[in-house]
Design a protein around this ligand. Structure first.
Ligand SMILES: *Cc1c(COP(=O)(O)O)cnc(C)c1O
Length: 508
Protein backbone atom coordinates (compact mmCIF):
# COMPACT_ATOMS: atom_id res chain seq x y z
CA UNK A 1 0.00 0.00 0.00
CA UNK A 2 1.27 3.42 -0.94
CA UNK A 3 0.63 6.03 1.75
CA UNK A 4 0.48 9.70 0.86
CA UNK A 5 0.45 12.66 3.23
CA UNK A 6 -1.53 15.87 3.35
CA UNK A 7 -2.01 18.81 5.66
CA UNK A 8 -4.54 18.67 8.52
CA UNK A 9 -5.87 21.90 6.99
CA UNK A 10 -6.07 20.77 3.36
CA UNK A 11 -7.03 17.27 2.23
CA UNK A 12 -6.41 17.98 -1.44
CA UNK A 13 -2.67 18.50 -1.79
CA UNK A 14 -0.79 15.19 -1.54
CA UNK A 15 2.87 14.53 -0.82
CA UNK A 16 4.91 11.37 -0.59
CA UNK A 17 6.36 10.46 2.79
CA UNK A 18 9.83 11.64 1.80
CA UNK A 19 8.47 14.98 0.59
CA UNK A 20 6.62 15.42 3.88
CA UNK A 21 9.81 14.65 5.85
CA UNK A 22 11.71 17.16 3.77
CA UNK A 23 9.13 19.90 4.15
CA UNK A 24 8.40 19.36 7.85
CA UNK A 25 5.37 21.60 8.19
CA UNK A 26 2.65 22.18 5.58
CA UNK A 27 2.63 25.57 3.87
CA UNK A 28 -0.81 26.37 5.30
CA UNK A 29 0.51 25.93 8.85
CA UNK A 30 -1.12 22.50 9.23
CA UNK A 31 0.65 19.27 10.11
CA UNK A 32 1.12 16.36 7.73
CA UNK A 33 -1.04 13.30 8.32
CA UNK A 34 -1.18 10.04 6.37
CA UNK A 35 -4.19 9.61 4.05
CA UNK A 36 -4.83 6.38 5.88
CA UNK A 37 -3.43 4.96 9.12
CA UNK A 38 -1.68 1.71 8.24
CA UNK A 39 -2.25 -1.64 9.97
CA UNK A 40 0.40 -4.18 10.88
CA UNK A 41 -0.28 -7.03 8.48
CA UNK A 42 1.85 -9.63 10.22
CA UNK A 43 1.12 -11.73 13.27
CA UNK A 44 2.73 -10.19 16.37
CA UNK A 45 4.09 -13.61 17.28
CA UNK A 46 6.18 -13.51 14.14
CA UNK A 47 7.84 -10.28 15.28
CA UNK A 48 8.53 -11.00 18.90
CA UNK A 49 12.03 -12.38 18.45
CA UNK A 50 13.20 -9.47 16.28
CA UNK A 51 15.69 -6.96 17.59
CA UNK A 52 14.91 -3.24 17.70
CA UNK A 53 16.16 -2.63 14.17
CA UNK A 54 14.01 -5.45 12.82
CA UNK A 55 10.88 -4.10 14.48
CA UNK A 56 11.76 -0.59 13.33
CA UNK A 57 11.80 -1.75 9.73
CA UNK A 58 8.48 -3.60 9.99
CA UNK A 59 6.77 -0.53 11.45
CA UNK A 60 8.42 2.28 9.51
CA UNK A 61 7.95 0.66 6.11
CA UNK A 62 4.18 0.89 6.67
CA UNK A 63 4.31 4.67 6.97
CA UNK A 64 7.26 5.65 4.77
CA UNK A 65 6.15 3.79 1.70
CA UNK A 66 8.19 5.65 -0.90
CA UNK A 67 11.50 4.78 0.77
CA UNK A 68 12.95 1.59 -0.70
CA UNK A 69 13.79 -1.34 1.55
CA UNK A 70 17.46 -0.60 1.02
CA UNK A 71 17.09 3.08 1.92
CA UNK A 72 15.05 2.44 5.02
CA UNK A 73 17.35 -0.30 6.28
CA UNK A 74 20.35 1.97 5.67
CA UNK A 75 18.73 4.69 7.81
CA UNK A 76 17.81 2.24 10.58
CA UNK A 77 21.22 0.54 10.73
CA UNK A 78 23.02 3.87 11.02
CA UNK A 79 20.64 5.29 13.62
CA UNK A 80 20.24 2.45 16.11
CA UNK A 81 23.85 1.45 16.61
CA UNK A 82 26.56 1.99 19.24
CA UNK A 83 25.30 5.51 19.85
CA UNK A 84 22.97 3.68 22.23
CA UNK A 85 24.56 2.31 25.38
CA UNK A 86 22.47 -0.86 25.33
CA UNK A 87 21.96 -3.47 22.62
CA UNK A 88 18.24 -3.52 23.47
CA UNK A 89 17.97 0.18 22.50
CA UNK A 90 14.75 0.59 24.54
CA UNK A 91 14.77 -1.73 27.60
CA UNK A 92 11.85 -2.26 30.00
CA UNK A 93 12.37 -2.10 33.76
CA UNK A 94 9.69 -3.22 36.19
CA UNK A 95 9.39 -1.17 39.39
CA UNK A 96 6.56 -0.93 41.90
CA UNK A 97 3.56 -1.74 39.72
CA UNK A 98 4.62 -0.44 36.29
CA UNK A 99 6.97 -1.22 33.45
CA UNK A 100 9.24 1.72 32.69
CA UNK A 101 10.14 1.86 29.02
CA UNK A 102 13.60 3.44 29.11
CA UNK A 103 13.88 5.65 26.05
CA UNK A 104 16.99 7.50 27.18
CA UNK A 105 19.85 5.23 26.19
CA UNK A 106 20.89 7.33 23.19
CA UNK A 107 23.57 9.98 22.77
CA UNK A 108 21.83 12.83 24.60
CA UNK A 109 20.05 10.73 27.27
CA UNK A 110 16.47 11.81 26.50
CA UNK A 111 13.79 10.07 24.45
CA UNK A 112 14.23 12.60 21.63
CA UNK A 113 17.22 10.48 20.54
CA UNK A 114 14.84 7.68 19.54
CA UNK A 115 13.64 9.77 16.60
CA UNK A 116 16.43 12.30 16.13
CA UNK A 117 19.05 9.59 15.65
CA UNK A 118 17.27 8.58 12.47
CA UNK A 119 15.76 11.86 11.23
CA UNK A 120 18.99 13.16 9.62
CA UNK A 121 19.24 9.92 7.62
CA UNK A 122 15.57 10.04 6.63
CA UNK A 123 16.00 13.67 5.60
CA UNK A 124 19.20 13.40 3.60
CA UNK A 125 17.78 10.31 1.88
CA UNK A 126 14.61 12.30 1.12
CA UNK A 127 16.69 15.16 -0.31
CA UNK A 128 18.50 12.77 -2.63
CA UNK A 129 15.29 11.02 -3.72
CA UNK A 130 13.56 14.29 -4.53
CA UNK A 131 16.48 15.95 -6.27
CA UNK A 132 16.58 18.72 -3.65
CA UNK A 133 19.51 20.97 -4.56
CA UNK A 134 19.20 23.46 -1.73
CA UNK A 135 21.03 23.21 1.56
CA UNK A 136 18.50 22.16 4.24
CA UNK A 137 18.24 24.55 7.19
CA UNK A 138 16.71 22.81 10.19
CA UNK A 139 14.88 25.26 12.41
CA UNK A 140 14.19 23.92 15.86
CA UNK A 141 12.40 25.23 18.92
CA UNK A 142 13.22 23.30 22.04
CA UNK A 143 11.96 23.00 25.58
CA UNK A 144 15.35 21.49 26.37
CA UNK A 145 15.78 17.99 24.99
CA UNK A 146 14.92 18.22 21.30
CA UNK A 147 17.61 20.86 20.85
CA UNK A 148 20.54 18.74 21.93
CA UNK A 149 19.24 15.58 20.27
CA UNK A 150 18.75 17.45 16.98
CA UNK A 151 22.17 19.11 17.24
CA UNK A 152 23.83 15.76 17.87
CA UNK A 153 21.95 14.23 14.93
CA UNK A 154 22.63 16.99 12.40
CA UNK A 155 26.10 18.22 13.44
CA UNK A 156 28.38 18.13 10.39
CA UNK A 157 25.82 16.26 8.26
CA UNK A 158 26.66 17.41 4.70
CA UNK A 159 23.98 19.48 3.00
CA UNK A 160 22.37 20.59 6.25
CA UNK A 161 22.55 23.39 8.79
CA UNK A 162 20.75 23.58 12.08
CA UNK A 163 19.58 26.47 14.25
CA UNK A 164 18.18 25.73 17.71
CA UNK A 165 16.15 28.25 19.75
CA UNK A 166 15.67 27.54 23.46
CA UNK A 167 14.07 29.55 26.30
CA UNK A 168 17.08 31.13 27.99
CA UNK A 169 15.59 30.77 31.48
CA UNK A 170 13.45 27.72 30.87
CA UNK A 171 15.77 24.72 30.66
CA UNK A 172 17.78 22.73 33.21
CA UNK A 173 21.49 23.56 33.72
CA UNK A 174 22.52 20.23 32.19
CA UNK A 175 20.22 20.78 29.21
CA UNK A 176 21.66 24.23 28.57
CA UNK A 177 25.26 23.12 28.99
CA UNK A 178 24.67 20.23 26.58
CA UNK A 179 23.43 22.61 23.91
CA UNK A 180 25.82 25.54 24.24
CA UNK A 181 28.84 23.24 24.09
CA UNK A 182 27.72 21.67 20.80
CA UNK A 183 30.47 21.43 18.22
CA UNK A 184 30.00 21.34 14.46
CA UNK A 185 30.54 23.71 11.54
CA UNK A 186 26.85 23.81 10.64
CA UNK A 187 25.28 24.45 14.05
CA UNK A 188 23.97 27.52 15.87
CA UNK A 189 22.34 27.63 19.31
CA UNK A 190 20.39 30.71 20.40
CA UNK A 191 18.66 31.50 23.69
CA UNK A 192 15.48 33.57 23.49
CA UNK A 193 14.08 35.81 26.20
CA UNK A 194 10.61 34.18 25.94
CA UNK A 195 9.32 30.72 26.85
CA UNK A 196 9.05 27.55 24.75
CA UNK A 197 5.71 28.54 23.22
CA UNK A 198 7.29 31.80 22.04
CA UNK A 199 10.16 29.86 20.48
CA UNK A 200 7.79 27.41 18.77
CA UNK A 201 5.52 30.21 17.51
CA UNK A 202 8.56 32.11 16.21
CA UNK A 203 9.78 29.07 14.30
CA UNK A 204 6.33 28.33 12.85
CA UNK A 205 6.13 31.96 11.72
CA UNK A 206 9.39 31.65 9.80
CA UNK A 207 8.07 28.50 8.11
CA UNK A 208 5.03 30.44 6.95
CA UNK A 209 6.92 33.57 5.92
CA UNK A 210 6.77 33.48 2.11
CA UNK A 211 9.11 36.46 1.70
CA UNK A 212 11.77 34.95 3.92
CA UNK A 213 11.46 31.60 2.19
CA UNK A 214 11.85 33.17 -1.24
CA UNK A 215 14.95 35.02 -0.08
CA UNK A 216 16.40 31.77 1.22
CA UNK A 217 15.58 29.86 -1.92
CA UNK A 218 17.39 32.42 -4.03
CA UNK A 219 20.50 31.88 -1.93
CA UNK A 220 20.20 28.09 -2.13
CA UNK A 221 18.59 27.30 1.23
CA UNK A 222 15.34 25.62 2.22
CA UNK A 223 13.81 25.27 5.71
CA UNK A 224 12.86 22.04 7.39
CA UNK A 225 11.93 21.03 10.90
CA UNK A 226 13.31 18.62 13.46
CA UNK A 227 10.41 19.23 15.85
CA UNK A 228 7.82 16.56 16.49
CA UNK A 229 5.59 18.26 13.92
CA UNK A 230 7.78 16.45 11.35
CA UNK A 231 6.37 13.01 10.53
CA UNK A 232 9.99 11.85 10.38
CA UNK A 233 9.95 12.30 14.16
CA UNK A 234 6.57 10.75 14.76
CA UNK A 235 6.98 7.53 12.78
CA UNK A 236 10.19 6.33 14.53
CA UNK A 237 8.41 6.90 17.86
CA UNK A 238 5.67 4.40 16.98
CA UNK A 239 8.34 1.69 16.89
CA UNK A 240 9.13 1.53 20.60
CA UNK A 241 5.51 1.01 21.63
CA UNK A 242 5.36 -1.99 19.31
CA UNK A 243 8.73 -3.17 20.61
CA UNK A 244 7.63 -2.81 24.26
CA UNK A 245 4.48 -4.82 23.60
CA UNK A 246 6.51 -7.56 21.92
CA UNK A 247 8.96 -7.55 24.81
CA UNK A 248 6.15 -8.14 27.35
CA UNK A 249 4.70 -10.86 25.14
CA UNK A 250 8.04 -12.57 24.64
CA UNK A 251 8.77 -12.59 28.36
CA UNK A 252 5.37 -13.99 29.30
CA UNK A 253 4.27 -10.82 31.12
CA UNK A 254 1.13 -10.67 29.00
CA UNK A 255 -0.82 -13.29 27.05
CA UNK A 256 -1.32 -13.19 23.32
CA UNK A 257 -3.91 -10.52 22.49
CA UNK A 258 -3.87 -9.07 26.01
CA UNK A 259 -4.18 -5.29 26.07
CA UNK A 260 -1.81 -2.98 27.92
CA UNK A 261 -2.10 0.66 29.01
CA UNK A 262 0.53 3.22 28.23
CA UNK A 263 1.17 6.32 30.30
CA UNK A 264 3.18 9.12 28.70
CA UNK A 265 4.63 12.32 30.19
CA UNK A 266 3.35 14.83 27.68
CA UNK A 267 4.29 18.25 26.37
CA UNK A 268 3.90 18.74 22.64
CA UNK A 269 1.73 15.58 22.37
CA UNK A 270 4.18 13.86 20.01
CA UNK A 271 5.12 10.86 22.09
CA UNK A 272 1.59 9.94 23.10
CA UNK A 273 0.32 10.47 19.56
CA UNK A 274 2.87 7.86 18.47
CA UNK A 275 1.31 5.47 21.01
CA UNK A 276 -2.11 6.24 19.50
CA UNK A 277 -0.71 5.41 16.05
CA UNK A 278 0.66 2.14 17.48
CA UNK A 279 -2.84 1.33 18.68
CA UNK A 280 -4.25 2.07 15.22
CA UNK A 281 -1.60 -0.28 13.79
CA UNK A 282 -3.26 -3.05 15.77
CA UNK A 283 -1.19 -3.19 18.96
CA UNK A 284 -3.60 -4.06 21.80
CA UNK A 285 -3.52 -0.84 23.83
CA UNK A 286 -6.44 -0.12 26.16
CA UNK A 287 -5.91 3.28 27.77
CA UNK A 288 -3.58 6.04 26.65
CA UNK A 289 -2.88 7.96 29.82
CA UNK A 290 -1.76 11.50 29.08
CA UNK A 291 0.27 12.89 32.01
CA UNK A 292 0.91 16.61 32.42
CA UNK A 293 2.75 18.67 35.01
CA UNK A 294 1.20 21.85 36.45
CA UNK A 295 0.89 23.18 32.89
CA UNK A 296 -2.24 21.04 32.71
CA UNK A 297 -3.84 22.35 29.51
CA UNK A 298 -4.20 18.79 28.18
CA UNK A 299 -5.77 17.50 31.40
CA UNK A 300 -8.34 20.29 31.11
CA UNK A 301 -8.92 19.39 27.48
CA UNK A 302 -9.58 15.71 28.13
CA UNK A 303 -11.84 16.61 31.07
CA UNK A 304 -14.01 19.08 29.15
CA UNK A 305 -13.38 19.04 25.40
CA UNK A 306 -12.16 22.63 25.59
CA UNK A 307 -8.56 23.54 24.85
CA UNK A 308 -7.87 26.91 26.43
CA UNK A 309 -4.36 28.34 26.54
CA UNK A 310 -5.45 31.48 28.41
CA UNK A 311 -7.68 30.07 31.15
CA UNK A 312 -7.36 27.07 33.32
CA UNK A 313 -10.11 24.76 34.53
CA UNK A 314 -11.18 25.30 38.11
CA UNK A 315 -12.00 21.77 39.16
CA UNK A 316 -14.38 22.87 41.93
CA UNK A 317 -16.58 25.08 39.80
CA UNK A 318 -16.05 23.20 36.53
CA UNK A 319 -15.45 26.52 34.75
CA UNK A 320 -12.40 27.91 32.99
CA UNK A 321 -12.32 30.72 35.51
CA UNK A 322 -8.62 30.92 36.41
CA UNK A 323 -5.98 32.74 34.44
CA UNK A 324 -3.60 30.18 32.95
CA UNK A 325 -0.01 31.10 33.64
CA UNK A 326 2.97 29.46 32.01
CA UNK A 327 4.70 27.68 34.89
CA UNK A 328 8.39 26.76 34.99
CA UNK A 329 8.64 23.32 36.60
CA UNK A 330 11.21 20.63 37.38
CA UNK A 331 10.05 18.86 34.20
CA UNK A 332 10.86 21.67 31.73
CA UNK A 333 10.42 19.57 28.58
CA UNK A 334 6.71 19.46 29.43
CA UNK A 335 6.35 23.19 30.09
CA UNK A 336 4.19 23.78 27.05
CA UNK A 337 0.76 25.36 26.63
CA UNK A 338 0.39 24.89 22.87
CA UNK A 339 0.68 21.18 22.20
CA UNK A 340 1.22 21.18 18.44
CA UNK A 341 0.67 17.52 17.77
CA UNK A 342 -2.79 17.59 19.29
CA UNK A 343 -3.88 19.09 15.98
CA UNK A 344 -3.34 15.70 14.36
CA UNK A 345 -5.64 14.02 16.85
CA UNK A 346 -8.24 16.79 16.47
CA UNK A 347 -8.17 16.27 12.72
CA UNK A 348 -8.59 12.50 13.03
CA UNK A 349 -11.41 12.55 15.60
CA UNK A 350 -13.11 15.23 13.51
CA UNK A 351 -13.53 12.66 10.73
CA UNK A 352 -10.55 13.95 8.69
CA UNK A 353 -12.47 17.16 8.04
CA UNK A 354 -9.87 19.74 7.02
CA UNK A 355 -12.26 22.70 7.17
CA UNK A 356 -13.31 21.81 10.71
CA UNK A 357 -9.70 21.46 11.83
CA UNK A 358 -8.80 24.77 10.26
CA UNK A 359 -11.69 26.53 12.01
CA UNK A 360 -10.73 25.13 15.42
CA UNK A 361 -7.10 26.13 14.96
CA UNK A 362 -8.20 29.62 13.91
CA UNK A 363 -10.19 29.82 17.18
CA UNK A 364 -7.07 28.88 19.13
CA UNK A 365 -5.08 31.51 17.31
CA UNK A 366 -7.65 34.30 17.55
CA UNK A 367 -9.51 33.54 20.81
CA UNK A 368 -6.94 31.43 22.63
CA UNK A 369 -9.32 28.48 22.88
CA UNK A 370 -11.49 26.01 20.98
CA UNK A 371 -14.14 23.45 21.94
CA UNK A 372 -14.64 20.19 20.10
CA UNK A 373 -18.10 18.74 19.33
CA UNK A 374 -19.70 15.99 21.46
CA UNK A 375 -19.28 13.65 18.52
CA UNK A 376 -15.53 14.27 18.53
CA UNK A 377 -15.36 13.96 22.29
CA UNK A 378 -16.96 10.54 22.09
CA UNK A 379 -13.93 9.39 20.10
CA UNK A 380 -11.55 10.26 22.93
CA UNK A 381 -12.61 7.47 25.27
CA UNK A 382 -9.23 5.75 24.81
CA UNK A 383 -7.54 8.70 26.48
CA UNK A 384 -7.31 9.48 30.17
CA UNK A 385 -5.87 12.83 31.26
CA UNK A 386 -4.03 13.33 34.52
CA UNK A 387 -1.56 15.72 36.06
CA UNK A 388 0.91 15.84 38.91
CA UNK A 389 2.13 19.00 40.62
CA UNK A 390 5.69 19.53 41.81
CA UNK A 391 5.15 18.05 45.28
CA UNK A 392 3.39 14.94 43.93
CA UNK A 393 6.15 14.43 41.37
CA UNK A 394 8.88 14.71 43.99
CA UNK A 395 7.03 12.25 46.21
CA UNK A 396 6.89 9.73 43.35
CA UNK A 397 10.66 9.95 42.83
CA UNK A 398 11.27 9.52 46.56
CA UNK A 399 8.74 6.68 47.05
CA UNK A 400 10.02 4.72 44.10
CA UNK A 401 13.60 5.13 45.25
CA UNK A 402 12.76 4.11 48.81
CA UNK A 403 10.67 1.11 47.74
CA UNK A 404 12.84 -0.21 44.95
CA UNK A 405 16.06 1.87 44.74
CA UNK A 406 15.14 2.65 41.10
CA UNK A 407 15.66 6.34 40.33
CA UNK A 408 13.60 8.05 37.65
CA UNK A 409 13.80 11.51 36.16
CA UNK A 410 11.28 14.30 36.83
CA UNK A 411 9.30 13.87 33.58
CA UNK A 412 9.01 10.14 34.04
CA UNK A 413 7.94 10.79 37.63
CA UNK A 414 5.05 12.97 36.46
CA UNK A 415 3.82 9.98 34.46
CA UNK A 416 4.59 7.53 37.27
CA UNK A 417 2.56 9.62 39.72
CA UNK A 418 -0.35 10.11 37.33
CA UNK A 419 -0.43 6.37 36.64
CA UNK A 420 -0.32 5.45 40.33
CA UNK A 421 -3.20 7.83 41.10
CA UNK A 422 -5.17 6.58 38.10
CA UNK A 423 -4.72 2.92 39.08
CA UNK A 424 -5.83 3.64 42.64
CA UNK A 425 -8.92 5.60 41.60
CA UNK A 426 -10.06 3.36 38.75
CA UNK A 427 -9.05 -0.05 40.06
CA UNK A 428 -7.75 -0.75 36.53
CA UNK A 429 -5.29 -3.66 36.84
CA UNK A 430 -4.16 -3.67 33.19
CA UNK A 431 -0.41 -4.15 32.70
CA UNK A 432 0.95 -0.65 32.15
CA UNK A 433 3.98 0.74 30.37
CA UNK A 434 5.19 4.15 31.53
CA UNK A 435 7.33 6.00 28.98
CA UNK A 436 10.57 6.87 30.76
CA UNK A 437 11.68 9.85 28.76
CA UNK A 438 14.96 11.01 30.27
CA UNK A 439 17.87 9.77 32.30
CA UNK A 440 17.72 11.05 35.90
CA UNK A 441 21.24 12.35 35.30
CA UNK A 442 19.83 15.00 33.01
CA UNK A 443 17.79 16.45 35.88
CA UNK A 444 20.08 15.37 38.71
CA UNK A 445 19.52 18.47 40.83
CA UNK A 446 15.72 18.24 41.03
CA UNK A 447 15.82 14.45 41.32
CA UNK A 448 18.32 14.46 44.19
CA UNK A 449 16.46 17.19 46.06
CA UNK A 450 13.27 15.12 45.71
CA UNK A 451 15.07 12.23 47.38
CA UNK A 452 16.61 14.37 50.10
CA UNK A 453 15.97 18.10 50.58
CA UNK A 454 19.44 18.55 52.10
CA UNK A 455 20.93 18.02 48.66
CA UNK A 456 19.85 21.55 47.71
CA UNK A 457 23.10 22.96 49.07
CA UNK A 458 25.34 20.79 46.86
CA UNK A 459 26.62 21.70 43.39
CA UNK A 460 25.43 19.96 40.21
CA UNK A 461 28.40 17.66 39.69
CA UNK A 462 28.47 16.57 43.34
CA UNK A 463 24.82 15.64 42.94
CA UNK A 464 25.63 13.69 39.81
CA UNK A 465 28.21 11.70 41.76
CA UNK A 466 25.74 11.10 44.59
CA UNK A 467 23.13 9.94 42.10
CA UNK A 468 25.65 7.46 40.78
CA UNK A 469 26.34 6.07 44.26
CA UNK A 470 22.65 5.78 45.12
CA UNK A 471 21.40 4.29 41.86
CA UNK A 472 24.38 2.14 40.97
CA UNK A 473 23.90 3.26 37.37
CA UNK A 474 27.06 4.41 35.60
CA UNK A 475 27.30 8.10 34.74
CA UNK A 476 26.38 8.39 31.03
CA UNK A 477 28.96 9.60 28.55
CA UNK A 478 26.72 12.59 27.72
CA UNK A 479 27.26 13.88 31.27
CA UNK A 480 30.99 13.19 31.31
CA UNK A 481 31.22 15.14 28.05
CA UNK A 482 29.94 18.38 29.54
CA UNK A 483 31.98 18.41 32.73
CA UNK A 484 34.83 20.18 31.01
CA UNK A 485 33.41 21.22 27.64
CA UNK A 486 33.84 24.82 26.50
CA UNK A 487 30.83 27.06 25.89
CA UNK A 488 30.68 27.76 22.15
CA UNK A 489 27.31 29.53 21.86
CA UNK A 490 26.25 32.59 23.83
CA UNK A 491 23.75 34.48 21.65
CA UNK A 492 20.51 35.55 23.32
CA UNK A 493 17.79 37.39 21.40
CA UNK A 494 14.21 38.60 21.64
CA UNK A 495 11.52 36.50 19.92
CA UNK A 496 11.11 39.19 17.23
CA UNK A 497 14.80 38.94 16.34
CA UNK A 498 14.70 35.23 15.50
CA UNK A 499 14.50 35.66 11.69
CA UNK A 500 17.34 38.19 11.78
CA UNK A 501 19.52 35.75 13.71
CA UNK A 502 18.79 32.99 11.19
CA UNK A 503 19.74 35.29 8.32
CA UNK A 504 22.93 36.29 10.07
CA UNK A 505 23.89 32.65 10.53
CA UNK A 506 23.26 31.92 6.85
CA UNK A 507 25.22 34.97 5.78
CA UNK A 508 22.21 36.67 4.12
C1 LIG B 1 10.07 16.17 24.96
C2 LIG B 1 9.94 15.49 26.26
C3 LIG B 1 8.69 15.14 26.80
C4 LIG B 1 7.39 15.48 26.10
O1 LIG B 1 7.21 14.78 24.90
P1 LIG B 1 6.16 15.30 23.80
O2 LIG B 1 6.36 14.41 22.65
O3 LIG B 1 6.54 16.73 23.53
O4 LIG B 1 4.81 15.19 24.42
C5 LIG B 1 8.66 14.46 28.00
N1 LIG B 1 9.79 14.17 28.66
C6 LIG B 1 11.01 14.50 28.19
C7 LIG B 1 12.20 14.17 28.99
C8 LIG B 1 11.13 15.17 26.98
O5 LIG B 1 12.34 15.49 26.51
Amino acid sequence: MNILYHSTRDNAKKLTASQAVLQGLAEDGGLFVPDELPKLDVDLKALKDMDYRGVAYEVMKLFLTDYTEEELKYCIEHAYDQKFDTEEIAPLTYADGAYYLELFHGATIAFKDMALSILPYLMTTAAKKNGCKEEIVILTATSGDTGKAALAGFADVPGTRIVVFYPKNGVSPVQEKQMVTQRGKNVRVIGITGNFDDAQTGVKKMFNDAVLKAELKEKGFVFSSANSINIGRLVPQVVYYVYAYLNLLKNGKIAEGEAINVCVPTGNFGNILAAYFAKQLGIPIAKLICASNTNKVLFDFFATGTYDKLHSLNEQSGAFSDERKFMLTGSPSMDILISSNLERLIYLIGGSDDAKDKALMADLNEKGAYTITDEMKAKLTDFVGGYADEARTAKKIRDLYENTSYIIDTHTAVAGAVYEDYAKESGDKTVTVVASTASPYKFARTVMIAIDAENASKDDFTLIDTLCEKSGVAIPQAIEDIRSAAVLHDIVCETEEMPAEVKKFLGL
